[in-house]
Design a protein. Structure first.
Length: 276
């Protein structure tokens, strides 16, 4: 979920309204403080305040996970210990970025984070942002850990074989979401679902109920919007679209830049073209 801002500060009331909006739309859960939530740009106290506000507003209506990441493993473990004070369902954890450590280093990092909490972890494989990739042998090794239960996978080739993976695989590449679901994937964590979440919920339910042709037809209608939502750095387009819907301000935290005028105009048309 995006992090609503107002004049550079958290808008916690807006975050609570937005979380309730998604729960009412039928989503299975929310993840705060991820890439789309500008988690890396929030101060430690802001991260805790956001998670506390959203979990309080939802009051168990849907599970809420929190993203925790960084270069320093000890600092990530401290994030977890602080957030454990809130009613979170678990943590989304990428490998330490920039360092480009090998399998042994990544395994150590994840195992240290898992040891810092009693809550489950979802691994986050996003090599385009971290500079390293979770290999199949590493995933198999980590799957043995009792608190490592799932992976958000952003490498498209791995999404097609999700049904045979040692962990529950959630799609982190929005354009591959339908392929992933049809291959038996556990679900998706799509930034695009911020906009018209009802349609993305409908898509998942169509696949799960065996209505694959209807799912393909719906996804074809969603694809122009999905493309636009990743045409500028995430979450800039998502917040611009949500602002057009009257749900949040389009404000992002620097060094992110506001959406271009051309993108806003294209988003406006794409939203008008979506099915009822």
């Amino acid at each position: 979920m995006v992090t609503p801002l107002h004049a550079g500060e958290l808008d916690l009331a807006c975050a609570q309204r937005l979380a309730l909006h998604y729960a009412e739309a039928g989503v299975d859960g929310l993840i705060l403080l991820g890439t789309t939530g500008e988690g890396g740009l929030l101060r430690p106290w802001e991260r805790l305040a956001l998670v506390a506000a959203v979990t309080q507003a939802l009051d168990g209506a849907v599970p809420v996970m929190a993203g925790v990441g960084g270069v320093d493993t000890a600092a990530v473990c401290e994030q977890v210990r602080q957030l454990d004070r809130c009613d979170v369902a678990g943590y989304l954890v990428p490998p330490p970025y920039y360092l480009r450590v090998g399998d042994a280093g990544m395994a150590w990092h994840f195992e240290q984070v898992a040891a810092a909490t009693w809550r489950p972890l979802m691994l986050y494989n996003v090599p385009g942002r971290t500079g390293c990739s979770l290999s199949a042998p590493l995933i198999a090794r980590l799957a043995v850990h009792p608190r490592i239960v799932a992976i958000k996978q952003c490498e498209a080739p791995a999404l097609g074989g999700a049904g045979t993976a040692p962990l529950d695989v959630f799609c982190g590449e929005d354009a591959a979401m339908l392929v992933h679901l049809l291959a038996g994937g556990a679900g998706a964590v799509p930034a695009s679902a911020h906009v018209r979440p009802d349609l993305f919920v409908r898509l998942a339910r169509l696949v799960r109920s065996g209505h694959h042709e209807a799912a393909r037809a719906l996804f074809a209608q969603l694809q122009p919007l999905v493309g636009l939502l990743f045409s500028e750095p995430n979450p800039v387009p998502v917040k611009a679209a949500l602002a057009l819907c009257g749900l949040v301000r389009a404000e992002v935290r620097r060094p992110l830049q506001p959406a271009s005028a051309g993108l806003v105009k294209a988003l406006e048309q794409a939203l008008a073209d979506l099915p009822a």
